[in-house]
Write a protein that binds this ligand. Structure first.
Ligand SMILES: Nc1ncnc2c1ncn2[C@@H]1O[C@H](COP(=O)(O)OP(=O)(O)OP(=O)(O)O)[C@@H](O)[C@H]1O
Ligand SMILES: [Mg+2]
Length: 468
């Protein structure tokens, strides 16, 4: 389709055409009305005057005969008010009146006619148009009463010409305006289409053009750009995860393969058994990694957001603490919980419990004090302004300030923690569960140790009272 045909198919051009039609009709109606109430009115008044004069003269003829009408025609012919008279006898001879020759047209009785008259004498003589009424009197006399309507006709022509030029001008301006705005619109749409084609071809960093006029196309392009940034971020995250997963699985799989190979070479039943047992352990580790990745993927998918329910953080904390308290005790540490009642949030119970477990697991693993005694963990939960705030604090080594952002990324583990089991996915899951709940994860120093803070917007809805 050529650019020009595309322009005529744009909604902008169609809208411009509709406006143009309405505008042209209004211009025609207004000027038509002006014409009717000026030129039309003057024409009607002239005809009325002529008709009254003809009637008066015919009456004179009927009552006073030829001398009567002659008298009036002669008298009126002298007046210079633009009226023209011609009284003609039976043989076509001019009897009286300031119009000496009858117009050279076929004259019937009771007809209106337009005819040319010569006005002025000698060099200044010009032809004007006259409009008059012709009747036949008894005795084969003829009477023509007319008026010089040259100026009136010129005025009429002027108004008619104005009407036509106004219509032509509005059509021209409207069409070219519609063409230009549509072309501009189409150019921007084409630029957006072109950008989207190059994005589809793989250039994910490309963005839709924004003109800066903040109109509807700009707003559309803006939200498409936001969407593209989000997609780019997700794609980058996915690439990173894929390479991290590949990297992280390579080591245990290589280990497993080497072990199985050496067991096969030695072919003793005891070694087979131990190799299989170790393989099961490696498999458990791998499954754990996959489960953690799946939980992160689940909390990052929009689907869970639609299933959030009203929950009491207090209840979940009690359940989770119940699981971890014996473990802390056994390791020679302690776990204390101080949770205010009724901490309602909109959330996913399983993911929130998982996030709390991950933080408690970290506190247990990394929260041992200097003497290697088990971790003393303190858990609190309370309302702070509009948020429910949960803190999990230990008194271990803590995380240096410069690493507190980095440790939220997937597979990041600090060097001193390498002796402990783990994949570096725990805090990533907590962070993505917080994002899912419109909340935040803060990591602070606890002097000594680490204080992990989860902040989730609280949700207090008033139960609907039965209306009656
Ligand atoms: N309470 C803490 N005290 C000191 N260091 C911590 C604490 N919590 C986390 N870290 C550091 O942050 C790193 C990342 O923690 P994260 O929970 O993401 O992974 P992980 O515990 O190593 O493994 P996973 O949780 O997947 O089993 C840990 O390896 C550790 O170095
Ligand atoms: Mg952890």
């Amino acid at each position: 389709m050529s650019v020009n045909t595309k322009i005529f198919r744009t909604s902008t051009f169609r809208l411009a055409a509709i406006y143009l039609l309405v505008f042209a009709l209004s211009v025609a109606a207004i000027l038509g009305y002006v014409y009717y109430s000026t030129v039309g009115l003057l024409e009607r008044q002239t005809e009325e005057t002529i008709r009254a004069e003809v009637k008066g003269l015919a009456d004179q003829y009927r009552v006073r005969g030829m001398p009567g009408i002659l008298d009036v025609v002669v008298r009126r012919s002298i007046e210079t008010n633009g009226a023209l008279y011609s009284l003609v006898g039976p043989d076509g001879v001019h009897i009286a009146g300031n119009l000496e020759t009858m117009p050279q047209v076929n004259l019937a009785d009771n007809v209106w006619l337009d005819f040319p008259v010569i006005v002025g004498k000698g060099d200044s003589a010009v032809e004007h148009t006259a409009h008059g009424y012709h009747i036949e009197l008894k005795g084969e006399y003829e009477l023509l009463v007319a008026h010089d309507v040259q100026e009136l006709r010129q005025f009429g022509d002027l108004i008619r010409n104005t009407l036509y030029s106004a219509l032509a001008l509005s059509l021209l301006l409207g069409l070219s305006g519609g063409y230009l705005t549509s072309r501009n619109f189409l150019r921007r749409v084409d630029a957006i289409t072109e950008a989207s084609h190059s994005i589809m071809a793989g250039d994910l960093s490309r963005r839709m053009p924004v003109s800066g006029s903040e109109d509807e196309l700009d707003r559309l392009a803006g939200s498409l750009n936001d969407m593209l940034s989000q997609i780019e971020r997700l794609m980058a995250g996915m690439k990173e995860v894929t390479s991290n997963v590949a990297h992280d699985l390579k080591t245990p799989l290589t280990r497993m393969r080497a072990r199985i190979e050496s067991a096969l070479r030695n072919s003793s039943a005891v070694e087979y058994k131990s190799a299989l047992n170790q393989t099961i352990d490696e498999c458990d580790g791998l499954l754990q990694t996959f489960n953690a990745l799946l939980s992160i993927a689940q909390s990052e998918s929009g689907q869970v957001r639609r299933q959030l329910q009203m929950l009491d953080i207090h209840d979940i904390l009690i359940d989770v603490a119940e699981l971890y308290e014996p473990i802390a005790d056994e390791a020679g540490g302690s776990l204390t919980l101080e949770a205010a009642p009724h901490l309602t949030v909109m959330g996913d119970r399983q993911l929130l419990a998982q996030a709390m477990s991950n933080l408690l697991d970290n506190a247990l693993k990394y929260g041992e004090n200097e003497e290697g005694k088990g971790a003393d963990i303190s858990v609190t939960a309370a309302i702070d302004g509009q948020d429910v705030v949960i803190t999990i604090s230990d008194q271990g080594k803590g995380i240096p300030e410069e690493d507190r952002d980095r440790v939220r990324n997937r597979f990041v583990r600090l060097d001193e923690s390498r002796s402990k089991p783990g994949n570096g996915l725990g805090l990533s899951l907590v962070a993505s569960v917080m994002t899912l709940h419109n909340g935040q994860l803060h990591l602070e120093g606890n002097q000594p140790g680490l204080r992990a803070i989860m902040r989730i917007p609280s949700s207090t809805t008033i139960p609907a009272s039965p209306s009656r």
